[in-house]
Design a protein around this ligand. Structure first.
Ligand SMILES: CC(C)(COP(=O)(O)OP(=O)(O)OC[C@H]1O[C@@H](n2cnc3c(N)ncnc32)[C@H](O)[C@@H]1OP(=O)(O)O)[C@@H](O)C(=O)NCCC(=O)NCCS
Length: 144
């Protein structure tokens, strides 16, 4: 089935959420809010792959371009990439990543960083594994 790629707009939120059960066992209000903000925020790159005939969502990638101290350069930061199970293995993930790389390079990025990845896809795509420890502290009022 032919696929086309376009920037996700707020009306695409339900379609994007429909792809998420692949990644998250539970889609709570926090995740919905974050995805809605990603899609609305002009700072982010958000590309949706859709079936040409039906318009059904086949894949989604969201990321941004920012300065990275550890790699001493500007980098594309890939937040999420997901392809619907029915469409995997057809090159959609690779195309989404390729478009994100072009967008990031046009903004001065020298590399792509993936803060958290779960599968061998990135290694297949030529990424080097760099394990890190992350820290988190709640700063919402009433939690400290
Ligand atoms: C990972 C994912 C985005 C790949 O999308 P896809 O459209 O199936 O990938 P592609 O068809 O573009 O594959 C590109 C290449 O990567 C390889 N590949 C794909 N998924 C892979 C995996 N999980 N492990 C190892 N290699 C993988 C393919 O074999 C292909 O190799 P080739 O170029 O030699 O033919 C998709 O499987 C997915 O949504 N997985 C669940 C979500 C996830 O893990 N996301 C990433 C972490 S947040």
């Amino acid at each position: 089935m032919p696929i086309e790629y376009r920037t996700a707009v707020p009306a695409d939120l339900p379609a994007v959420l429909g792809l998420m059960p692949t990644l998250y066992s539970e889609i709570g209000p926090g995740l919905k809010k974050v995805l809605a903000e990603f899609i609305e925020d002009k700072y982010y790159f958000k590309l949706l792959a859709v079936e040409k005939e039906t318009g059904a969502a086949a894949g989604f990638l969201v990321g941004c371009c920012r300065l990275e101290v550890d790699f001493e350069c500007r980098a594309g930061a890939l937040e999420e990439v997901v392809v619907h199970p029915d469409h995997r293995g057809l090159g959609i993930g690779k195309t989404l990543l390729g478009e994100f790389e072009k967008w990031s390079a046009a903004r001065g990025a020298e590399g792509i960083i993936v803060p958290c990845g779960r599968e061998g896809f990135y290694e297949k795509m030529g990424f080097m594994k760099c394990p890190i420890t992350r820290y988190w502290r709640d700063i919402k009022p009433g939690l400290r």
